[in-house]
Design a binder for this molecule. Structure first.
Ligand code: NAD
Length: 474
C-alpha cells in the first residue's frame, strides 16, 4: 500500500476511535469537532546538497490542538511519511498528553527521507534547515511547539535542533526548552532515552497485575514468566524488551526490518544486539534462535504479549485473525487498524492502547522541559539534605533501639534521590495513575468494551474541561 493511502487509513482509524469514544459523552457537536480537527499543518519543501547534486526534501509540522501550549510531539525521518500520517500522529499526541496529564497540546513533524541513505553531515544539514524553516513560521519555541525524537531520529538530531534554535534566538534564556530528548550536555534529562520503553513496561506490568482482568483473558496475574514477542528493536522496542525481561518476562520472538526469529525458551536480548552489530545490522542466523520465513510471521507467534514497536498499520484485517497473543501492548503509534481491532476484540485479545502505553516518552519530555525552564537538575537542591536528614534519623533509631543497622540497611533507607531516580519514579507514578483512570472509565461506562475507547474518552473529557474553563463553549 502506498504511503499516502497508509497515512489516510491511519488518520481514519484515529478519527474512528475518537467518534467511538465521543458517543459516550454529551458534549455539543461543535466542541467535539474542535477537539477532533487539526488546528494547523505546515507543509514545506527545501533543497539539500546531497552527493554531487541536490535533492528537494518534503517536510511537515502539524499542531493538532492549541488548548494548552506549547504543543508537543516527535519528529520522524521516514520515506513513508505523509501529511495525513503527521496529522494522525499529532492528533494522537493531544489525546496522549491529556491521558497522562502532561499540560501540552499535540504536535508532530516529519521529513520524508530514508535517513539510512544520508551521511551524518547531510542529516545535520537537513535537520538544521528543517529547524530554520520552523523558526521562520513560528512553529517552534519553548512556549509554542516543542519537538522530540520519533521514528528515525534521536538525541543527536534533537541536539542539532536546539543548537540551531539558539543561534537564531540569541539571549533567549529558555531556548533549550525548544526541543526535548536532547543529549545531557545540551540540556537533556537522564532517563529520557529509555523513557518510552520503560513506560511500556510499567503499563504492561500494571495491566498484568489485575487478577480479574488476566482471568478474563485466560492468564494468571503478574508479568513475571509471561512470554512476549517484540516488533522493532529500535528505541521503544529495545527498551520495552529490556525492562520486560528485567521484570521476569521471557522474550520468545523478534521481528525486525530484515526478518523474524523465534525461540520458545527465550532469546537473550543483549547477545542478540551484539550479534546484530557484528552481522552487518542483521539479527538473522542468530545462534540462539531459529529464523522465521519472514518478519510478519513473528507477529503471529504463540505468546502472552505482543509488543508492536515499529510503525503504524502492522496488524490489519489481513493478519488480525491469526494473532495468538492474549495481550497486545502498543509500543508504536497506531500499529492496529480499526478494522483489525474489531477482529481482536471478538478473539478476546486485550489491547493496551498507544495513547496510554507509549506516553512515557512525552511524560519524561515534560520533565526535561521543566528542567530546561528551571535551569537546575532534578535532585540537585535536596539530594544531600534528604540524605543527611535520614542519616540523623538512623543515628537516633540506632541509639534508641541499641541495634546498629548494617551498611546495606543504611543504604536502602538513607538515600537522597538523583535525577534518574526521580525521573523513573515520576514516570512510574504517571503510568500507574493513568492506567487506573482509564481502567476505571472502562469498568464504569455501560456498554464500553475496551481500554482504547476508555483512554479516548478520558482525553476528550479533559480537553473539553479546558475549553469550558476558557469559556469558549459555555
Ligand atoms: P526507531 O527508529 O528507534 O525504531 C524503529 C525500529 O523498527 C527500527 O529498528 C526499524 O528497523 C524497525 N522496523 C521498521 N519497520 C519494521 C517492520 N516492518 N518490521 C519490523 N521492524 C521494523 O523508532 P522508535 O523511536 O523506537 O519509534 C517506534 C514507534 O514508537 C513509532 O511508531 C513511534 O511513533 C513510536 N513512539 C516513539 C517514541 C519515542 O520516544 N521514540 C515515543 C512514543 C511513540
Amino acid at each position: 500500500m502506498d504511503a499516502e493511502k497508509q497515512g489516510r487509513n491511519f488518520l481514519a482509524s484515529v478519527d474512528h476511535y475518537f467518534d467511538k469514544a465521543a458517543a459516550y459523552t454529551n458534549y455539543p457537536d461543535g466542541l467535539l469537532t474542535q477537539i477532533k480537527i487539526c488546528n494547523s499543518v505546515y507543509s514545506f519543501q527545501f533543497p539539500i546538497k546531497k552527493g554531487n547534486g541536490y535533492e528537494v526534501v518534503t517536510a511537515w509540522r502539524a499542531e493538532h490542538s492549541h488548548h494548552k501550549l506549547p504543543v508537543k510531539g516527535g519528529i520522524r525521518y521516514s520515506e513513508h511519511a505523509s501529511s495525513d500520517e503527521v496529522v494522525a500522529l499529532a492528533t494522537l499526541m493531544s489525546y496522549k498528553c491529556a491521558v497522562v496529564d502532561v499540560p501540552f497540546g499535540g504536535g508532530k513533524g516529519a521529513i520524508k527521507i530514508n535517513p539510512k541513505e544520508f551521511t551524518i553531515e547531510e542529516l545535520e544539514k537537513v535537520t538544521r534547515r528543517y529547524t530554520s524553516e520552523l523558526i521562520k513560521k513560528n512553529f517552534i519555541g519553548p512556549a509554542i511547539d516543542v519537538p522530540a525524537p520519533d521514528y528515525g531520529t534521536g538525541a543527536r538530531e534533537m541536539a542539532w535542533i536546539a543548537d540551531t534554535y539558539q543561534v537564531f534566538n540569541p539571549g533567549q534564556i529558555d531556548a533549550l526548552g525548544c526541543v526535548t530528548g536532547k543529549t545531557i550536555p545540551q540540556g537533556g534529562i537522564r532517563g529520557r532515552n529509555e523513557a518510552t520503553g520503560l513506560g511500556v513496561f510499567y503499563g504492561l506490568r500494571e495491566a498484568c497485575d489485575s487478577e480479574e482482568d488476566m482471568k478474563a483473558i485466560g492468564l494468571t496475574k503478574g508479568i513475571d514468566g509471561k512470554t512476549f514477542v517484540v516488533q522493532g528493536l529500535g528505541n521503544v522496542g529495545y527498551h520495552a524488551a529490556k525492562f520486560c525481561i528485567e521484570g521476569g518476562a521471557v522474550m520468545v520472538g523478534v521481528a525486525e526490518y530484515e526478518g523474524g526469529i523465534y525461540n520458545k525458551n527465550g532469546i537473550d536480548l543483549e547477545k542478540l544486539m551484539a550479534h546484530r552489530k557484528q552481522n552487518n545490522g542483521s539479527m538473522m542466523d542468530y545462534p540462539g534462535a531459529e529464523n522465521l520465513p519472514n518478519r510478519e510471521a513473528a507477529l503471529e507467534l504463540e505468546c502472552d504479549i505482543l509488543i508492536p514497536a515499529a510503525l503504524e498499520n502492522q496488524i490489519t484485517a489481513a493478519n488480525a485473525g491469526r494473532i495468538k497473543a492474549k495481550i497486545i501492548g502498543e509500543g508504536a503509534n497506531g500499529p492496529i487498524t480499526s478494522d483489525a481491532e474489531d477482529i481482536l476484540e471478538v478473539k478476546n485479545i486485550m489491547v493496551v492502547p498507544d495513547l496510554y502505553l507509549n506516553a512515557g516518552g512525552v511524560t519524561v519530555s515534560y520533565f526535561e522541559w521543566l528542567k530546561n525552564l528551571s535551569h537546575v537538575r532534578f535532585g540537585r537542591m535536596e539530594k544531600r539534605f534528604v540524605q543527611n536528614t535520614f542519616d540523623r534519623l538512623i543515628e537516633y533509631v540506632e541509639s534508641a533501639t541499641e541495634r546498629p543497622l548494617t551498611s546495606e540497611e543504611k543504604n536502602r533507607i538513607a538515600h537522597g534521590a538523583d535525577e534518574a531516580e526521580l525521573v523513573y519514579s515520576g514516570l512510574e507514578e504517571t503510568m500507574i495513575t493513568s492506567y487506573h483512570q482509564i481502567r476505571e472509565i472502562l469498568k464504569q461506562t455501560k456498554g464500553m468494551t475496551n481500554l482504547r475507547t476508555a483512554a479516548f474518552k478520558n482525553a476528550i473529557d479533559k480537553i473539553a474541561t479546558c475549553y469550558f474553563e476558557l469559556g469558549i463553549f459555555p
